[in-house]
Design a protein around this ligand. Structure first.
Ligand code: NAD
Length: 341
């Protein structure tokens, strides 16, 4: 089994998360970190993690095979380019950068240097996403025609670079890049139309949320919603098929499926009292028409991303996060950003 030396640039929230997982991954050795903030360097030292004096020291360390970049979004481009020039493989946080033009340069250099550039699209391995994928792929609710994917927070935007436009802040870059990426993996179809409403209710210079509608050429429509002012959350996923509906409430896979087991014409719903009136259309279907099922949960090991990277570098498996996929999402985000006034 190969053993790769890896160093982290940016030991903030996600940098520290990476360090913890790298330490627990057999094929990786954490060589150290580099951060521009003293308190983050002190924290690393307190955990017996080596702290490089400078970026150059890190890039010149011949025992470092992989550089992992976990700094604010606007700094990714330069750090990726420096690392590739130093002949390192690179893992870069999402969004890999802020424009397709810059990404094309990064991608070109990685090919030229024969070094991998891997984007940390870790939410491809989220259990809730993989469970939705399984529901769709195994036709548990028939042909799927409507998907709602949401993340709701009630804390506003953290008061750091995420509030700054020139640093690539805002929720479309932060969460949009994950949620759009997931949807593109669920659908073997092309987007034919889209529209977005940005939320700026908190008064920052960046979006504090958005509602994005995507329409695909197989007649599926998708709603992606990210908000930061929800003190009651809506479900993480709501998926409708011709033969059922699935709901996943949260990342812990609370939810269920209602499968339609009779043709719609035979569901014999009864007229019921509703509010100050009667309804037949909105009454529940008869009991024999619906099979309430548990979700088919897909559970994932915590180190799966890092192991995948090592296997890919060893050529035991091919990289599942391709530059083509990254570019499609980045290009859509770029177009959506251009609609912002
Ligand atoms: P953060 O602010 O908590 O940490 C960023 C760190 O980078 C800070 O410690 C800062 O001092 C350091 N830094 C800034 N510029 C630097 C430079 N030029 N050289 C070295 N260090 C530098 O931010 P965060 O939440 O950790 O986010 C960092 C990146 O990770 C962003 O791109 C973000 O989108 C991404 N992220 C991804 C996930 C995920 O699940 N994939 C989750 C959170 C954040």
């Amino acid at each position: 089994m190969a053993n790769y030396g890896i160093a982290i640039i940016g030991y903030g929230g996600i940098g520290a998360y990476h360090a913890e997982h790298i330490i627990n991954t057999k094929s990786l050795r954490l060589k150290g970190i580099f951060d521009i903030k003293k308190d983050r360097n002190d924290l690393a030292k307190s955990k017996n993690i080596h702290v490089y004096e400078s970026l150059d020291h890190l890039l010149h360390d011949l025992t470092v095979d992989i550089v992992l970049i976990a700094t604010p979004n606007d700094s990714h481009y330069e750090l990726v380019m420096h690392s590739l020039h130093a002949n390192k493989h690179v893992i870069c946080e999402k969004p890999v950068t802020l424009s397709t033009k810059l990404f094309d340069e990064m991608s070109f250099l990685s090919q030229k240097q024969k070094r991998e550039l891997i984007v940390h699209q870790n939410r491809r391995w989220d259990s809730d996403f993989l469970t939705v994928k399984k529901i769709i792929d195994s036709h548990l609710i028939g042909e799927v025609f409507h998907i709602e994917s949401r993340v709701h927070g009630g804390n506003g935007i953290p008061g750091d670079w995420r509030r700054k436009r020139d640093q690539g802040g805002g929720m479309l870059y932060d969460w949009g890049v994950h949620l759009i990426d997931q949807i593109m993996l669920l659908k073997d179809a092309k987007i034919i139309k889209y529209s977005i409403d940005f939320s700026t209710i908190l008064g920052h210079e960046v979006d504090d949320g958005f509602l994005l509608h995507l329409y695909f050429d197989d007649s599926t429509d998708v709603l992606i919603e990210v908000q930061t002012t929800n003190f009651i959350k809506l479900p993480r996923w709501y998926v409708k098929g011709l033969n059922g509906t699935a709901i996943i409430n949260d990342w812990n896979l609370d939810g269920y499926i209602n499968q339609l087991i009779l043709p719609l014409e035979e569901t014999h719903s009864q007229t019921v009292k509703a509010g100050n009136g009667l309804t037949k259309t909105m009454a529940p279907p008869s009991e024999d028409a619906i099979n309430k099922m548990k979700l088919p949960p897909i559970l994932v090991e915590p180190n799966v991303f890092y192991e995948h990277v090592c296997n890919a570098l060893e050529k035991k498996e091919s990289l599942s996060i391709t530059h083509g996929q990254i570019r499609v999402v980045l290009s859509l985000i770029e177009n959506l950003m251009n609609t912002r006034v």
